[in-house]
Design a protein around this ligand. Structure first.
Ligand code: ADP
Ligand code: MG
Length: 579
């Protein structure tokens, strides 16, 4: 062992550790799920590298996960012989908040601490590796990257610093050893040195993991201590007496099993494994395609939008497997961008294990698969509207703005997407409406579905354009998402009724007194011809036309676009883009 260096955690990581150590998060068992999940990822990565001849010197002969418990020293070790980490990687991945290291997270953490409500945050972000500190007062990680000669030991008591040391004799892969807190440290702490506890937790949270999770038999783990991985020469002594290691999980891929064999909880655990989200998904979508191009899909609609959903580099897409072999994360070819929040697994039978992102983008079968998966997701949302209105409402609040991008880009599903869309409306302060709902409330003789776009509900409601509509009791949709500016033009109509902005062109509000109003307006037109003519001259540089308005009841004047002009907001947007 060479020299040991001590480092400080970055600020957010330190806050997070404090949160873990003093956690009141009631379900502490999930630390094991997190460590197993990381081990499984590491095995996936190694197998894939080997398949691509990208792991010279790596041993891929018996890839597995091991759990080793020692009641005497009160340690629990989760060990894998996967890809491992280099010295630099350990510092980068374990010393920082790898998956949640964002400004947003740090900010929410501070706010939550101020409100002393931080426990909910653990569930929201999913803090992976660090969750070990819920049950341990010290964690040690020993790792060697497959193919490399030297290993690294990382160790921390979770109190602001960690140590790193280069070591010579680490086995390939990673072992994480937890020095368990005293059993009576808190009520919710189970005895993690009891075999049956471990069996139960693995079965509950990690059964579907496709790698064997083995419980190291008591006798075989001997006196090597929990901290170090078993040395190569150690086993023979006890091999004669020890029972074979017991595999704790069934390893059955959930997506390949029939619906009635799998519980909702099992689906949810798979979701948590692949999404790194600790919360339950909103909906599970299954699809099994047979025939010339066979595949199985298990997709999930999350219950919360991730905070980086609108970032350029948001990692979108679902995992791609080929015949149970993990091929890639974030396979963007499988779903269109407007469904980028969907998580899940697609397992295709007839793809090459070497398939690349570029090839996938052009593959005819993949395109067909994308179309089918898209239809399935959209129809699931539609079903939710009627069968689970509350969940649909949550879905729409979280993902509606993204889904509306599909109104522009996906003409195949446009009608269904329109049907599942909800909009804020003058009809109700807080209940959004569907277009169908709007049509049912339309006044006799009303020709169009009226809407107005703007920055907020309030700014739209204060617009002078709204006056006549309010006076006549005509419902107006209040569209405040940036994407609304764009799709309304692309879509044009719903069930034969045109979508019309109340800010564009002339408005004919219809109704029985329309004729009377027309006559009245003609009379007024003659009366004010002089004034209008004078105004037109004065404003010749500024406006195309000056008209008497039928849309105002209180304001003296307002500016109106031509029916086919850009709205002011869109004009601004294009100007900002330099066009
Ligand atoms: P996440 O799994 O969401 O990325 P974690 O905190 O669980 O976040 O892990 C952080 C990172 O540390 C992982 O992304 C991975 O790169 C690395 N890591 C953790 N455990 C292992 C392991 N057993 N083998 C290899 N790398 C690991
Ligand atoms: Mg993890």
């Amino acid at each position: 062992t060479m020299s040991t260096e001590t480092f400080e955690f970055q600020v957010e990581a330190r806050q997070l550790l404090q949160l873990m150590i003093h956690s009141v998060y009631s379900n502490k068992d999930v630390f094991l799920r997190e460590l197993v999940s990381n081990a499984s990822d590491a095995l996936d990565k190694l197998r894939l590298a080997a398949l691509r001849d990208d792991a010279p010197g790596a041993d891929v002969s018996d890839l597995h996960i091991e759990i080793d418990i020692d009641a005497e020293s009160r340690t629990l070790t989760v060990r894998d012989n996967g890809i491992g980490m280099s010295y630099d990687e350990v510092g980068r991945l374990i010393g920082t908040i790898a998956n949640s290291g964002t400004a947003k997270f740090a900010q929410e953490l501070r706010e939550a601490q101020e409100e002393a409500g931080a426990e909910g945050l653990i569930g929201q972000f999913g803090v992976g590796f660090y969750s070990g500190f819920m049950v341990a007062d010290e964690m040690t990680l020993l790792t060697r990257r497959a193919g490399e000669n030297h290993g690294t030991r990382w160790s921390s008591r979770g109190e602001g610093t960690y140590t790193l040391a280069r070591v010579d004799d680490a086995p390939q892969g990673t072992s994480v050893t937890l020095h368990l807190k005293p059993a009576d440290a808190d009520d919710q702490l189970h005895d993690y040195t009891a075999e049956w506890t471990i069996r139960e937790i693995v079965k509950r949270y990690s059964d579907f993991i496709t790698w064997p999770i083995r419980l190291v038999p008591k006798a075989a783990s001997g006196d090597t201590g929990g901290e170090d991985a078993a040395q190569d020469g150690d086993a023979p002594e006890s091999a004669g007496t020890a029972s074979a290691p017991e595999t704790l999980n069934s390893m059955k891929a959930l997506w390949a099993r029939s619906r009635d064999e799998v519980s909702d909880d099992e689906y949810h655990e798979l979701y948590k494994h692949i999404s790194h989200d600790w919360r339950e998904p909103l909906e599970t979508v299954r699809l099994q395609a047979e025939g010339t191009f066979e595949y199985q899909a298990l997709l999930f609609l999350p219950s919360h939008a991730p905070h980086d959903l609108y970032n350029q580099n948001y990692q979108r897409g679902v995992q791609l497997y080929v015949k149970r072999v993990f091929i890639m994360d974030d396979c963007e070819a499988l779903l269109p961008p407007y469904l980028r929040f969907v998580k899940g697994v697609v397992d295709a039978a007839d793809l090459s294990l070497n398939v690349s992102r570029e090839i996938l983008q052009q593959d005819r079968h993949i395109r067909m698969m994308q179309r089918r998966l898209t239809k399935k997701v959209v129809s699931t949302v539609k079903d939710m509207m009627t069968s689970a209105p509350d969940r649909y409402a949550t879905f729409w609040r979280e993902f509606g703005a993204v889904l509306k991008e599909g109104l522009l880009s996906d003409s195949d599903n446009r009608d269904t997407l329109l049907a599942v869309s909800s909009f804020a409306t003058t009809h109700s302060e807080d209940e959004p409406t569907t277009l169908k709902g709007y049509l049912e409330r339309m006044k006799d003789g009303q020709e169009a579905v009226y809407y107005l776009t703007g920055e907020s509900r309030q700014s739209i409601e204060n617009s002078p354009h709204m006056e006549a509509f309010r006076a006549k009791g005509i419902e107006v949709l209040l569209l405040t998402d940036p994407v609304d500016e764009v799709w309304v033009d692309a879509v044009g109509e719903f069930e034969g009724k045109p979508l019309r902005s109340v800010a564009k062109g002339e408005v004919h509000l219809g109704g029985q007194d329309d004729e009377k109003a027309d006559a009245e307006r003609e009379k007024q037109g003659e009366e004010f011809a002089g004034l209008v003519g004078w105004m037109k001259e004065q404003l010749a540089e500024e406006v195309k036309e000056v008209r008497l308005s039928s849309r105002l009841t209180v304001s003296p004047a307002c500016i109106v676009s031509d029916a086919h002009d850009l709205t002011p907001a869109l004009e601004n947007m294009y100007r900002a883009m330099g066009q």
